[in-house]
Design a protein around this ligand. Sequence first.
Ligand SMILES: [Zn+2]
Length: 458
Amino acid sequence: MPSPLEFLSSRRVGLFLALTATLAAAEPGGSLAPHAFLQQLCDDFGGRLTGSAANVRAMDRLAAELRGLGYAPEKRSFTMPGWERGDDRVDLVEPLARRLRVASLSYTQPHTAFTADMVDIGNGRPADYPAGDVRGRIGLLAAGTPLQAADFVSAAEARGLRGLLFVNREGGGQLLARTGSFSGRPLPLPVYSIAQEEGQWLQRLLTRGAPVRVRLETQSRCRPIETANLVLRIPGRVASRLVVGAHFDSWDLGQGAMDNGIGIAQLFALAQTLRGAAPYHTIELVWFNGEEQGLWGSRHAAAQLGDAPVVAMMNLDMVGVPIGVNALGDDALVPALERWHTARAEAQRLPKGVENINWLASDHTPYQLAGVRTITFNGPIPRESVRYYHDLADTIDKVPPKLIEDSTAIISDLVQQLARDESLPSARRQSVDTELLFTRFNLEKRMRAMGLWPFPAK
Ligand SMILES: [Zn+2]
Protein backbone atom coordinates (compact mmCIF):
# COMPACT_ATOMS: atom_id res chain seq x y z
CA MET A 1 0.00 0.00 0.00
CA PRO A 2 1.44 3.46 -0.86
CA SER A 3 1.77 6.00 1.91
CA PRO A 4 -1.34 8.16 2.38
CA LEU A 5 0.55 11.17 1.01
CA GLU A 6 1.54 9.43 -2.20
CA PHE A 7 -1.98 8.22 -2.53
CA LEU A 8 -3.27 11.77 -2.13
CA SER A 9 -0.68 13.53 -4.27
CA SER A 10 -2.79 13.47 -7.38
CA ARG A 11 -5.94 14.41 -5.54
CA ARG A 12 -7.22 17.65 -4.12
CA VAL A 13 -6.17 18.05 -0.52
CA GLY A 14 -9.71 19.22 0.21
CA LEU A 15 -10.78 15.64 -0.18
CA PHE A 16 -8.41 14.52 2.53
CA LEU A 17 -10.93 14.23 5.34
CA ALA A 18 -13.47 12.43 3.20
CA LEU A 19 -10.81 10.04 2.03
CA THR A 20 -9.23 9.22 5.36
CA ALA A 21 -12.06 6.86 6.23
CA THR A 22 -11.79 4.99 2.92
CA LEU A 23 -8.00 4.83 3.01
CA ALA A 24 -7.97 2.22 5.72
CA ALA A 25 -10.25 0.06 3.62
CA ALA A 26 -8.76 0.67 0.18
CA GLU A 27 -5.98 -1.08 -1.69
CA PRO A 28 -4.06 0.53 -4.53
CA GLY A 29 -6.15 0.55 -7.66
CA GLY A 30 -9.27 1.47 -5.73
CA SER A 31 -10.31 -2.07 -4.85
CA LEU A 32 -11.51 -2.83 -1.36
CA ALA A 33 -9.24 -4.25 1.32
CA PRO A 34 -10.17 -7.93 1.83
CA HIS A 35 -11.82 -7.41 5.21
CA ALA A 36 -13.81 -4.41 3.97
CA PHE A 37 -14.93 -6.49 0.99
CA LEU A 38 -16.00 -9.34 3.26
CA GLN A 39 -17.91 -6.94 5.49
CA GLN A 40 -19.88 -5.66 2.50
CA LEU A 41 -20.54 -9.19 1.29
CA CYS A 42 -21.86 -10.16 4.74
CA ASP A 43 -23.96 -7.05 5.31
CA ASP A 44 -25.36 -6.75 1.78
CA PHE A 45 -26.29 -10.39 1.20
CA GLY A 46 -26.36 -12.23 4.54
CA GLY A 47 -25.88 -16.00 4.40
CA ARG A 48 -24.89 -17.53 1.06
CA LEU A 49 -26.83 -20.80 1.03
CA THR A 50 -26.09 -22.56 -2.25
CA GLY A 51 -28.95 -22.13 -4.69
CA SER A 52 -30.29 -18.99 -2.99
CA ALA A 53 -30.60 -15.63 -4.73
CA ALA A 54 -28.24 -14.19 -2.09
CA ASN A 55 -25.58 -16.71 -3.07
CA VAL A 56 -25.85 -15.80 -6.77
CA ARG A 57 -25.79 -12.06 -6.13
CA ALA A 58 -22.88 -12.29 -3.69
CA MET A 59 -20.86 -14.32 -6.22
CA ASP A 60 -21.65 -11.74 -8.90
CA ARG A 61 -20.30 -9.06 -6.56
CA LEU A 62 -17.10 -11.05 -6.03
CA ALA A 63 -16.70 -11.56 -9.80
CA ALA A 64 -17.18 -7.82 -10.38
CA GLU A 65 -14.51 -6.99 -7.78
CA LEU A 66 -12.11 -9.42 -9.45
CA ARG A 67 -12.80 -7.91 -12.87
CA GLY A 68 -12.01 -4.54 -11.28
CA LEU A 69 -8.58 -5.99 -10.48
CA GLY A 70 -8.11 -6.78 -14.17
CA TYR A 71 -8.92 -10.49 -13.96
CA ALA A 72 -11.38 -12.53 -16.02
CA PRO A 73 -12.90 -14.92 -13.43
CA GLU A 74 -14.90 -17.81 -14.84
CA LYS A 75 -18.10 -19.33 -13.50
CA ARG A 76 -18.07 -23.11 -13.80
CA SER A 77 -21.66 -24.32 -13.50
CA PHE A 78 -22.78 -27.62 -12.08
CA THR A 79 -25.99 -29.14 -10.80
CA MET A 80 -26.55 -30.58 -7.34
CA PRO A 81 -29.40 -31.55 -5.04
CA GLY A 82 -30.45 -28.23 -3.54
CA TRP A 83 -32.54 -27.38 -0.53
CA GLU A 84 -34.30 -24.26 0.69
CA ARG A 85 -35.45 -23.41 4.18
CA GLY A 86 -39.13 -22.64 4.55
CA ASP A 87 -41.14 -21.22 7.42
CA ASP A 88 -40.85 -24.31 9.62
CA ARG A 89 -42.44 -24.62 13.01
CA VAL A 90 -42.13 -26.97 15.96
CA ASP A 91 -44.39 -26.49 18.97
CA LEU A 92 -44.43 -28.17 22.32
CA VAL A 93 -48.07 -29.16 22.88
CA GLU A 94 -47.90 -31.08 26.15
CA PRO A 95 -47.19 -30.56 29.05
CA LEU A 96 -47.42 -26.91 28.00
CA ALA A 97 -47.82 -24.88 24.83
CA ARG A 98 -44.66 -23.23 23.61
CA ARG A 99 -43.01 -22.63 20.26
CA LEU A 100 -39.59 -24.29 20.25
CA ARG A 101 -36.38 -22.82 18.90
CA VAL A 102 -35.40 -25.07 16.01
CA ALA A 103 -33.77 -25.18 12.59
CA SER A 104 -34.35 -28.01 10.15
CA LEU A 105 -31.38 -29.91 8.77
CA SER A 106 -30.88 -29.61 5.04
CA TYR A 107 -32.73 -32.09 2.82
CA THR A 108 -35.62 -32.13 5.29
CA GLN A 109 -38.80 -32.20 3.19
CA PRO A 110 -42.24 -30.65 3.59
CA HIS A 111 -45.02 -32.70 5.18
CA THR A 112 -48.50 -32.11 6.48
CA ALA A 113 -48.45 -30.97 10.09
CA PHE A 114 -48.73 -33.69 12.72
CA THR A 115 -48.59 -34.05 16.48
CA ALA A 116 -46.84 -36.99 18.12
CA ASP A 117 -45.40 -38.21 21.41
CA MET A 118 -41.70 -37.90 21.95
CA VAL A 119 -39.24 -40.62 22.89
CA ASP A 120 -35.69 -40.27 24.18
CA ILE A 121 -33.35 -42.19 21.84
CA GLY A 122 -30.07 -41.17 23.52
CA ASN A 123 -27.24 -41.26 21.01
CA GLY A 124 -29.48 -42.72 18.31
CA ARG A 125 -27.65 -46.05 17.88
CA PRO A 126 -29.99 -49.05 17.62
CA ALA A 127 -28.95 -50.15 21.14
CA ASP A 128 -29.82 -46.70 22.56
CA TYR A 129 -33.52 -47.03 21.68
CA PRO A 130 -35.96 -48.12 24.38
CA ALA A 131 -37.50 -51.56 23.98
CA GLY A 132 -41.02 -51.72 22.61
CA ASP A 133 -42.91 -49.99 19.89
CA VAL A 134 -41.78 -46.42 19.15
CA ARG A 135 -43.43 -46.18 15.73
CA GLY A 136 -44.99 -42.84 14.93
CA ARG A 137 -43.05 -40.99 17.64
CA ILE A 138 -40.59 -38.14 17.47
CA GLY A 139 -37.12 -39.05 18.71
CA LEU A 140 -35.03 -36.80 20.93
CA LEU A 141 -31.39 -37.26 19.88
CA ALA A 142 -28.56 -36.34 22.29
CA ALA A 143 -26.05 -33.64 21.40
CA GLY A 144 -23.10 -35.96 21.87
CA THR A 145 -24.08 -38.64 19.35
CA PRO A 146 -21.04 -40.09 17.61
CA LEU A 147 -23.19 -41.03 14.61
CA GLN A 148 -23.16 -39.40 11.19
CA ALA A 149 -26.50 -38.09 9.94
CA ALA A 150 -26.91 -41.00 7.51
CA ASP A 151 -26.62 -43.46 10.41
CA PHE A 152 -28.97 -41.81 12.91
CA VAL A 153 -31.51 -41.16 10.15
CA SER A 154 -31.50 -44.78 8.97
CA ALA A 155 -31.81 -46.08 12.56
CA ALA A 156 -34.80 -43.74 13.12
CA GLU A 157 -36.36 -44.84 9.85
CA ALA A 158 -35.88 -48.51 10.75
CA ARG A 159 -37.72 -48.02 14.07
CA GLY A 160 -40.55 -46.14 12.38
CA LEU A 161 -39.98 -42.72 13.95
CA ARG A 162 -41.82 -39.82 12.29
CA GLY A 163 -39.35 -37.09 13.15
CA LEU A 164 -36.16 -36.25 15.07
CA LEU A 165 -35.20 -33.36 17.32
CA PHE A 166 -31.40 -33.22 17.60
CA VAL A 167 -30.20 -31.40 20.72
CA ASN A 168 -27.73 -28.68 19.77
CA ARG A 169 -24.15 -29.20 20.90
CA GLU A 170 -23.65 -25.53 21.82
CA GLY A 171 -25.72 -23.90 24.56
CA GLY A 172 -27.04 -20.36 24.93
CA GLY A 173 -30.02 -20.81 22.61
CA GLN A 174 -27.72 -21.47 19.67
CA LEU A 175 -28.78 -23.42 16.59
CA LEU A 176 -26.18 -24.90 14.32
CA ALA A 177 -27.39 -25.46 10.78
CA ARG A 178 -26.03 -28.64 9.25
CA THR A 179 -26.59 -31.08 6.44
CA GLY A 180 -28.92 -33.99 7.03
CA SER A 181 -27.68 -35.98 4.06
CA PHE A 182 -24.21 -35.90 2.57
CA SER A 183 -25.54 -37.74 -0.48
CA GLY A 184 -28.30 -35.18 -1.02
CA ARG A 185 -31.01 -37.82 -0.57
CA PRO A 186 -34.25 -36.18 0.63
CA LEU A 187 -34.67 -37.15 4.28
CA PRO A 188 -37.29 -39.84 4.92
CA LEU A 189 -38.36 -38.00 8.11
CA PRO A 190 -38.00 -34.36 9.22
CA VAL A 191 -34.88 -33.69 11.31
CA TYR A 192 -34.45 -30.55 13.38
CA SER A 193 -31.75 -29.02 15.54
CA ILE A 194 -33.28 -27.84 18.81
CA ALA A 195 -31.69 -25.32 21.19
CA GLN A 196 -29.70 -27.21 23.81
CA GLU A 197 -31.58 -25.75 26.78
CA GLU A 198 -34.97 -26.67 25.35
CA GLY A 199 -33.75 -30.11 24.30
CA GLN A 200 -32.50 -30.82 27.82
CA TRP A 201 -35.80 -29.60 29.23
CA LEU A 202 -37.67 -32.15 27.10
CA GLN A 203 -35.14 -34.79 28.09
CA ARG A 204 -35.75 -34.18 31.81
CA LEU A 205 -39.50 -34.50 31.31
CA LEU A 206 -39.07 -37.76 29.38
CA THR A 207 -36.75 -39.16 32.07
CA ARG A 208 -39.48 -38.53 34.63
CA GLY A 209 -41.96 -40.39 32.43
CA ALA A 210 -44.03 -37.27 31.78
CA PRO A 211 -45.90 -37.26 28.45
CA VAL A 212 -44.25 -34.92 25.96
CA ARG A 213 -46.15 -34.13 22.76
CA VAL A 214 -44.81 -32.01 19.94
CA ARG A 215 -46.31 -30.65 16.72
CA LEU A 216 -44.15 -30.50 13.58
CA GLU A 217 -44.85 -28.46 10.47
CA THR A 218 -42.20 -28.34 7.75
CA GLN A 219 -42.17 -26.15 4.65
CA SER A 220 -38.47 -26.53 3.81
CA ARG A 221 -37.95 -28.39 0.57
CA CYS A 222 -35.47 -30.14 -1.68
CA ARG A 223 -35.09 -29.17 -5.31
CA PRO A 224 -32.39 -29.71 -7.92
CA ILE A 225 -30.37 -26.56 -8.51
CA GLU A 226 -27.77 -25.22 -10.85
CA THR A 227 -24.95 -23.31 -9.19
CA ALA A 228 -21.30 -22.55 -9.96
CA ASN A 229 -17.75 -22.40 -8.67
CA LEU A 230 -15.83 -19.24 -9.49
CA VAL A 231 -12.37 -19.85 -10.92
CA LEU A 232 -9.53 -17.41 -11.49
CA ARG A 233 -6.41 -18.58 -13.31
CA ILE A 234 -3.05 -16.90 -13.06
CA PRO A 235 -1.06 -18.48 -15.89
CA GLY A 236 2.42 -19.70 -15.00
CA ARG A 237 5.33 -20.65 -17.21
CA VAL A 238 4.25 -24.29 -17.04
CA ALA A 239 0.82 -25.90 -17.14
CA SER A 240 1.15 -27.67 -13.78
CA ARG A 241 -1.15 -25.94 -11.36
CA LEU A 242 -1.38 -25.06 -7.73
CA VAL A 243 -5.05 -24.94 -6.75
CA VAL A 244 -6.00 -22.70 -3.84
CA GLY A 245 -9.63 -23.12 -2.87
CA ALA A 246 -12.12 -21.85 -0.30
CA HIS A 247 -15.82 -22.51 -0.10
CA PHE A 248 -17.93 -19.53 -0.98
CA ASP A 249 -21.27 -20.86 0.24
CA SER A 250 -22.43 -20.77 3.83
CA TRP A 251 -25.46 -21.66 5.88
CA ASP A 252 -28.38 -19.30 5.79
CA LEU A 253 -28.88 -18.58 9.50
CA GLY A 254 -26.12 -16.00 9.96
CA GLN A 255 -23.80 -14.27 7.51
CA GLY A 256 -21.28 -17.06 6.99
CA ALA A 257 -18.60 -14.60 8.10
CA MET A 258 -16.32 -17.16 9.78
CA ASP A 259 -17.54 -20.13 7.76
CA ASN A 260 -16.30 -19.38 5.27
CA GLY A 261 -16.15 -15.62 4.74
CA ILE A 262 -12.62 -15.81 6.12
CA GLY A 263 -11.59 -18.08 3.24
CA ILE A 264 -13.37 -15.87 0.69
CA ALA A 265 -11.42 -12.85 1.97
CA GLN A 266 -8.12 -14.76 2.05
CA LEU A 267 -8.56 -15.85 -1.60
CA PHE A 268 -9.56 -12.32 -2.53
CA ALA A 269 -6.40 -11.02 -0.81
CA LEU A 270 -4.36 -13.55 -2.81
CA ALA A 271 -5.95 -12.27 -6.02
CA GLN A 272 -4.87 -8.73 -5.07
CA THR A 273 -1.34 -9.78 -4.13
CA LEU A 274 -0.83 -11.91 -7.25
CA ARG A 275 -1.92 -9.21 -9.67
CA GLY A 276 0.75 -8.99 -12.37
CA ALA A 277 2.61 -12.00 -10.96
CA ALA A 278 4.40 -14.38 -13.32
CA PRO A 279 4.65 -17.60 -11.30
CA TYR A 280 6.40 -20.75 -12.46
CA HIS A 281 3.39 -23.01 -11.79
CA THR A 282 -0.05 -21.85 -12.85
CA ILE A 283 -2.14 -20.71 -9.89
CA GLU A 284 -5.84 -21.47 -9.84
CA LEU A 285 -7.99 -19.75 -7.22
CA VAL A 286 -11.36 -21.45 -6.75
CA TRP A 287 -14.33 -20.26 -4.73
CA PHE A 288 -16.43 -23.44 -4.32
CA ASN A 289 -20.18 -23.63 -3.88
CA GLY A 290 -22.20 -26.41 -2.27
CA GLU A 291 -19.61 -27.29 0.39
CA GLU A 292 -21.90 -27.15 3.39
CA GLN A 293 -24.47 -29.53 1.96
CA GLY A 294 -22.01 -32.16 0.75
CA LEU A 295 -18.82 -30.82 -0.91
CA TRP A 296 -20.68 -30.58 -4.23
CA GLY A 297 -18.52 -27.85 -5.79
CA SER A 298 -15.20 -29.48 -5.00
CA ARG A 299 -16.54 -32.89 -6.03
CA HIS A 300 -17.43 -31.34 -9.38
CA ALA A 301 -14.08 -29.57 -9.74
CA ALA A 302 -12.08 -32.67 -8.79
CA ALA A 303 -14.08 -34.76 -11.27
CA GLN A 304 -13.24 -32.25 -14.01
CA LEU A 305 -9.49 -32.47 -13.39
CA GLY A 306 -8.97 -35.47 -15.67
CA ASP A 307 -5.22 -35.98 -16.08
CA ALA A 308 -4.37 -32.29 -15.62
CA PRO A 309 -1.01 -31.86 -13.90
CA VAL A 310 -1.56 -30.62 -10.34
CA VAL A 311 1.20 -29.70 -7.90
CA ALA A 312 -1.10 -29.46 -4.89
CA MET A 313 -4.47 -28.21 -3.71
CA MET A 314 -4.56 -25.86 -0.74
CA ASN A 315 -7.88 -25.62 1.13
CA LEU A 316 -8.81 -22.55 3.18
CA ASP A 317 -11.86 -23.42 5.27
CA MET A 318 -12.15 -21.34 8.45
CA VAL A 319 -8.41 -20.83 8.70
CA GLY A 320 -7.50 -18.28 11.38
CA VAL A 321 -3.94 -17.07 11.88
CA PRO A 322 -1.86 -20.19 11.14
CA ILE A 323 0.13 -21.84 13.92
CA GLY A 324 1.00 -24.79 11.68
CA VAL A 325 0.80 -25.97 8.10
CA ASN A 326 -0.67 -29.41 7.41
CA ALA A 327 0.20 -31.83 4.58
CA LEU A 328 -3.03 -33.72 5.42
CA GLY A 329 -1.42 -37.13 5.62
CA ASP A 330 0.68 -37.18 2.44
CA ASP A 331 4.38 -37.50 3.30
CA ALA A 332 5.41 -36.43 -0.22
CA LEU A 333 4.54 -32.80 0.43
CA VAL A 334 6.28 -32.50 3.77
CA PRO A 335 9.80 -31.67 2.44
CA ALA A 336 8.51 -28.72 0.35
CA LEU A 337 6.59 -27.39 3.36
CA GLU A 338 9.65 -27.85 5.60
CA ARG A 339 11.80 -25.95 3.09
CA TRP A 340 9.36 -23.05 3.16
CA HIS A 341 9.05 -23.12 6.92
CA THR A 342 12.74 -23.29 7.81
CA ALA A 343 13.51 -20.48 5.33
CA ARG A 344 11.26 -18.13 7.31
CA ALA A 345 12.88 -15.80 9.83
CA GLU A 346 12.90 -17.43 13.24
CA ALA A 347 10.35 -15.00 14.66
CA GLN A 348 8.01 -15.84 11.78
CA ARG A 349 8.04 -19.61 12.16
CA LEU A 350 4.78 -21.27 13.06
CA PRO A 351 4.70 -22.68 16.61
CA LYS A 352 3.50 -26.11 15.41
CA GLY A 353 5.62 -26.14 12.25
CA VAL A 354 4.74 -28.71 9.60
CA GLU A 355 2.02 -31.17 10.58
CA ASN A 356 0.79 -34.17 8.63
CA ILE A 357 -2.66 -35.22 9.84
CA ASN A 358 -5.61 -36.02 7.59
CA TRP A 359 -9.13 -34.98 8.57
CA LEU A 360 -12.63 -34.93 7.05
CA ALA A 361 -14.48 -33.37 5.41
CA SER A 362 -14.01 -30.18 3.51
CA ASP A 363 -13.13 -29.29 -0.07
CA HIS A 364 -9.72 -30.98 0.10
CA THR A 365 -11.39 -34.42 0.47
CA PRO A 366 -12.60 -34.79 -3.16
CA TYR A 367 -9.15 -33.68 -4.39
CA GLN A 368 -7.50 -36.24 -2.11
CA LEU A 369 -9.76 -38.92 -3.57
CA ALA A 370 -8.62 -37.84 -7.04
CA GLY A 371 -5.04 -38.52 -5.90
CA VAL A 372 -4.06 -34.86 -5.54
CA ARG A 373 -1.81 -33.82 -2.66
CA THR A 374 -3.53 -31.34 -0.40
CA ILE A 375 -2.48 -28.73 2.13
CA THR A 376 -4.25 -26.76 4.78
CA PHE A 377 -3.30 -24.71 7.81
CA ASN A 378 -3.81 -25.18 11.49
CA GLY A 379 -5.27 -21.75 12.23
CA PRO A 380 -7.59 -21.87 15.22
CA ILE A 381 -10.29 -19.26 15.59
CA PRO A 382 -10.80 -18.16 19.21
CA ARG A 383 -13.32 -20.30 21.07
CA GLU A 384 -15.55 -17.34 21.98
CA SER A 385 -16.11 -16.76 18.25
CA VAL A 386 -15.85 -20.21 16.70
CA ARG A 387 -18.66 -21.59 18.86
CA TYR A 388 -21.05 -19.57 16.68
CA TYR A 389 -20.16 -21.12 13.34
CA HIS A 390 -23.27 -22.36 11.47
CA ASP A 391 -25.35 -20.30 13.94
CA LEU A 392 -27.31 -17.05 13.55
CA ALA A 393 -24.35 -15.32 15.19
CA ASP A 394 -21.77 -16.29 12.53
CA THR A 395 -21.53 -12.60 11.67
CA ILE A 396 -18.77 -10.23 10.61
CA ASP A 397 -18.21 -8.92 14.16
CA LYS A 398 -16.53 -12.30 14.89
CA VAL A 399 -13.88 -11.65 12.22
CA PRO A 400 -11.46 -8.84 13.09
CA PRO A 401 -9.52 -7.18 10.22
CA LYS A 402 -6.27 -8.28 11.88
CA LEU A 403 -7.22 -11.95 11.52
CA ILE A 404 -7.55 -11.50 7.76
CA GLU A 405 -4.33 -9.46 7.50
CA ASP A 406 -2.16 -11.74 9.65
CA SER A 407 -3.46 -15.00 8.18
CA THR A 408 -3.17 -13.74 4.62
CA ALA A 409 0.47 -12.72 5.11
CA ILE A 410 1.40 -16.32 5.97
CA ILE A 411 -0.87 -18.03 3.42
CA SER A 412 0.28 -15.76 0.61
CA ASP A 413 3.93 -16.35 1.46
CA LEU A 414 3.48 -20.12 1.14
CA VAL A 415 1.41 -19.87 -2.05
CA GLN A 416 4.09 -17.73 -3.69
CA GLN A 417 6.86 -20.05 -2.54
CA LEU A 418 5.13 -23.17 -3.87
CA ALA A 419 4.25 -21.42 -7.14
CA ARG A 420 7.89 -20.54 -7.76
CA ASP A 421 9.29 -23.92 -6.65
CA GLU A 422 10.55 -25.49 -9.90
CA SER A 423 11.63 -28.64 -8.06
CA LEU A 424 8.03 -29.39 -7.08
CA PRO A 425 6.59 -31.94 -9.53
CA SER A 426 2.95 -32.37 -10.36
CA ALA A 427 1.91 -35.77 -9.08
CA ARG A 428 -1.04 -38.03 -8.38
CA ARG A 429 -1.01 -40.79 -5.82
CA GLN A 430 -1.73 -44.39 -6.75
CA SER A 431 -5.12 -45.60 -5.49
CA VAL A 432 -3.47 -47.85 -2.92
CA ASP A 433 -1.68 -44.85 -1.36
CA THR A 434 -4.83 -42.76 -1.39
CA GLU A 435 -6.65 -45.56 0.42
CA LEU A 436 -3.90 -45.52 3.04
CA LEU A 437 -4.33 -41.78 3.51
CA PHE A 438 -7.74 -42.47 5.03
CA THR A 439 -7.20 -45.85 6.73
CA ARG A 440 -4.09 -44.54 8.53
CA PHE A 441 -6.28 -41.98 10.24
CA ASN A 442 -9.28 -44.31 10.80
CA LEU A 443 -11.49 -42.18 8.61
CA GLU A 444 -13.09 -44.93 6.55
CA LYS A 445 -16.08 -45.38 8.89
CA ARG A 446 -17.09 -41.75 8.47
CA MET A 447 -16.31 -41.95 4.76
CA ARG A 448 -18.67 -44.89 4.49
CA ALA A 449 -21.51 -42.92 6.11
CA MET A 450 -20.83 -40.17 3.57
CA GLY A 451 -21.00 -42.60 0.65
CA LEU A 452 -17.28 -42.12 -0.15
CA TRP A 453 -16.15 -45.59 0.94
CA PRO A 454 -15.17 -48.25 -0.19
CA PHE A 455 -12.43 -46.59 -2.18
CA PRO A 456 -11.75 -46.70 -5.05
CA ALA A 457 -15.40 -46.78 -6.03
CA LYS A 458 -16.20 -50.21 -7.49
ZN1 LIG B 1 -16.77 -24.34 6.12
